[in-house]
Write a protein that binds this ligand. Structure first.
Ligand code: A3P
Length: 332
């Protein structure tokens, strides 16, 4: 008789949604907890299963990963502009795709789009991803441990992290803007409540520090497979961050020719907050995500949390994060 089939790897088994702990106080989505992370129900019900069933990773894929509101839009713009600079010279910004399309339409979110598409449209969406020419640049907010094993082993990953206090403030403000698009009301969602929930790890893809730690540890284990970037370092040193990113993606800036031609400077300028924010498409347009493009661009920068948090609140969150990151070799 044939040997019994080996059981699927633990993380490939989808537990019944109703069996997972539920959190309904974080608009705009009900969240469920899986493997220690709080994720929107639709991500677990539709996004992750479709990612497993409908997406075939390629070794040439680069996946941009992040906790929400940590610089994803910026990273997408930089990666797209760097990768496609031969076809779309950044020296001609007026004709650049980033002037006509929001970064989220140029570098597509995997599980987010699968979740929004729902089961009936996931096949067509899978075909769309399949039709994208190699090398593909795609994005995810999923924690490392919830990525399908094939994605982890096939794709190279670039992760961007941000000070959790700024990520929290950015999330809270974004939620208030985006909630109506998902039929939710976040008008009464006070910052104090968002803060308490965030401290318990209860936010989309939270706990933030655990999300960061997983990718950090993998970047230490496999530096050729996972590049770990920090939003605050990108603010301080955008040019060297861009060079590092391009090098990792396999499209490094070569020699003086390109430097002298100003490609690095032109991309940094094109992808700056001001550069993207001023494009008409980002002032009044919308794209594949059901959110106005302008919601993705606010103040940027580091330290905006000071306008919303008391020093005592900041100390409390810092302590939680420091404790959770102890022993990882990473600190904010
Ligand atoms: P703030 O809300 O603090 O302004 P994400 O792209 O992951 O959704 O993160 C959004 C945050 O990144 C927002 O932060 C937004 O203003 C900022 N941001 C968007 N585009 C940026 C860019 N090109 N450069 C720097 N920050 C950017």
């Amino acid at each position: 008789t044939a040997a019994p089939p080996s059981p699927p790897a633990q993380e490939e088994v989808a537990p019944a949604l109703e069996s997972l702990p539920l959190e309904t106080r974080c608009p705009p989505f009900p969240l469920r907890q899986l493997n220690g992370f709080w994720l929107p129900e639709i991500t677990l019900a539709a996004g992750v299963p479709a990612l497993r069933a409908r997406f075939t990773p390629r070794p040439t894929d680069v996946l941009l990963a992040s906790f929400p509101k940590s610089g994803t839009t910026w990273l997408k713009a930089l990666a797209f502009a760097a990768r496609n600079r031969a076809a779309h010279p950044p020296s001609d910004p007026d004709r650049h795709p980033l002037r006509r399309s929001n970064p989220h339409d140029l570098v597509r979110f995997l599980e987010v789009e699968f979740a929004l598409a729902g089961e009936h449209a996931s096949g067509a969406l899978g075909d769309e991803f399949e039709a994208l020419p190699s090398p593909r640049t795609l994005a995810t907010h999923l924690p490392y441990s919830l990525l399908p094993e094939r994605v982890r082993s096939e794709c190279r990953i670039v992760y961007v992290c941000r000070d959790p206090k700024d990520a929290l403030v950015s999330t809270w403000l974004f939620t208030r803007k985006a909630a109506p698009a998902f039929g939710a009301d976040a008008e009464g969602f006070a910052f104090r409540e968002a803060f308490e929930l965030f401290c318990e790890g209860r936010s989309i893809c939270g706990p933030q520090w655990r999300h960061v730690r997983e990718y950090w540890e993998e970047s230490v284990r496999r530096p050729g497979g996972v590049l770990f970037l920090r939003y605050e370092e990108m603010l301080l040193a955008p040019r060297s961050s861009l060079r590092k990113l391009a090098e990792f993606m396999g499209c490094g800036f070569s020699g003086e020719e390109e430097e002298e031609g100003g490609a690095v400077d032109a991309i940094v300028e094109l992808c700056s907050l001001g550069g993207l924010k001023s494009a008409e498409v980002n002032r009044s347009g919308s794209g594949k995500l059901p959110i106005d493009n302008k919601a993705f661009f606010r103040k940027g920068g580091a330290g905006n949390w000071r306008n919303h948090m008391t020093p005592e609140m900041a100390r409390r969150l810092d302590r939680i994060v420091d404790d959770a990151l102890r022993g990882s070799g990473f600190a904010f």
